[in-house]
Design a protein around this ligand. Structure first.
Ligand code: TXA
Ligand code: MG
Length: 332
């Protein structure tokens, strides 16, 4: 049996040197935990598929739950998502702060598709915490970050919590002391004539209603609801059918391989990870599904993916994409 080497993640005070180290680690595709005014985040370069996949692996999430993208200021949002009208009003009122907006994702947004877990939206937040802000400035790009806890555990509000749970999976923890809010950010989405409250937080419905002039209604779109098949209409689903657990493509089918496989060299056949690495496969999943869908093939044959570790999340997503669609005309 291979020897297990326990790495101790370094807990560093927020000095210029440790902020530099954190920014370099992010650039190298590593994970860094940083404080925000709500809870500690588990950050990765939002543009790096592999680093984003590593977040899911580190948290041990059995499914791809979309992540919040953190940016330094309102101006940094425009490259990623459409921010106008009521959403812009809310952003100006509550940013920087414990407030997250789910916005339409720009098709050319320079961030990983995995951040949105296949949705055509992206959650964005400008945190107020000085250490989070300093890190975003040093890094100079968007940072994808869920709360820095293992899946199913409570969100961490001090550096020790993070180190205790995730020490061996991350490069370092920036210690900004205990979080002031200790409660995750309020998440909203602007709908036609109302605001959907996806997760309550310290920015209240009354404050949101006052700024927007719209009614705020509780709406289950996140977490549990995303795994309910009825709620999947806003998920990206390929137009092609998916045929899972396929060992080889049938005539006319596109082919999504995993591990050792012989490909025909055309753009209709690609491999999620020739070396059978689940993090690499997760990093490639959404982009490769899109790529194969764009070939116009009526069906995509997908090789079996081991149902363990990140394979659970990959298979969860593949099964959803393969499920019969109630109505193809439905628009979100
Ligand atoms: O305070 C916070 O928001 C902390 C700090 C680190 O920023 N982050 C946090 O992230 O709580 P996380 O991943 O633990 O929770 C994010 C929630 C999830 O429930 C996810 O489903 C939802 O946001 N979410 C993210 N993107 C979404 C999207 N495009 N549409 C709907 N829900 C989304
Ligand atoms: Mg969380």
């Amino acid at each position: 049996m291979a020897e297990i080497i326990a790495h101790k993640a370094k807990i560093l005070g927020p000095t210029p040197a440790s902020l530099d180290a954190a920014a370099s680690a992010l650039r190298a595709g590593e994970l860094v935990s940083f404080p925000t005014e709500t809870v500690y985040g588990l950050g990765a370069d939002a543009a790096n598929d592999r680093a984003v996949a590593a977040i899911y692996a580190a948290k041990g999430r059995p499914e791809f739950n979309p992540l919040i993208v953190h940016v330094a200021d309102i101006e940094a949002v425009s490259a990623i998502a459409a921010l106008d009208g009521v959403a812009l009003k809310l952003a100006k009122a509550f940013w920087p702060g414990p407030f997250t907006l789910v916005l339409p994702r720009r098709p050319d947004a320079p961030i990983s598709l995995l951040v949105s877990a296949g949705l055509d939206t992206v959650a964005v937040r400008v945190p107020r915490h000085p250490v989070a802000h300093a890190l975003l400035q040093k890094f100079g790009g968007p940072i994808a970050a869920p709360s820095a806890n293992l899946s199913g555990r409570i969100s961490p509000t001090c550096a020790d919590h993070v180190a205790n749970e995730l020490a061996d999976r991350i490069a370092l923890v920036l210690d900004g002391g205990p979080c002031a809010a200790g409660l995750e950010s309020t998440i909203v989405r602007v709908a036609r004539n109302q605001i959907h409250l996806l997760r309550p937080g310290s920015v209240t419905p009354a404050e949101i209603a006052a700024v927007s002039g719209l009614k705020v209604v509780r709406h289950q779109e996140e977490e549990g609801a995303l795994s309910a098949p009825g709620q999947l209409k806003s998920h990206y689903a390929p137009s092609a059918r998916l045929r899972l657990d396929a060992l080889a493509p049938h005539e006319g089918e596109a082919f999504l391989a995993f591990g050792s496989a012989t490909l025909d060299g055309t753009s209709r056949q690609i491999n999620l990870s020739p070396k059978g690495d689940l993090t690499e496969a997760a990093a490639n999943l959404f982009a490769m599904l899109r790529q194969l869908d764009q070939t116009g093939a009526p069906s995509i044959a997908v090789m079996p993916i081991p149902d363990q570790g990140l394979g659970l999340a990959i298979n969860d997503r593949l099964h959803r994409a393969a499920a019969p669609r109630p109505s193809e005309k439905q628009k979100s």
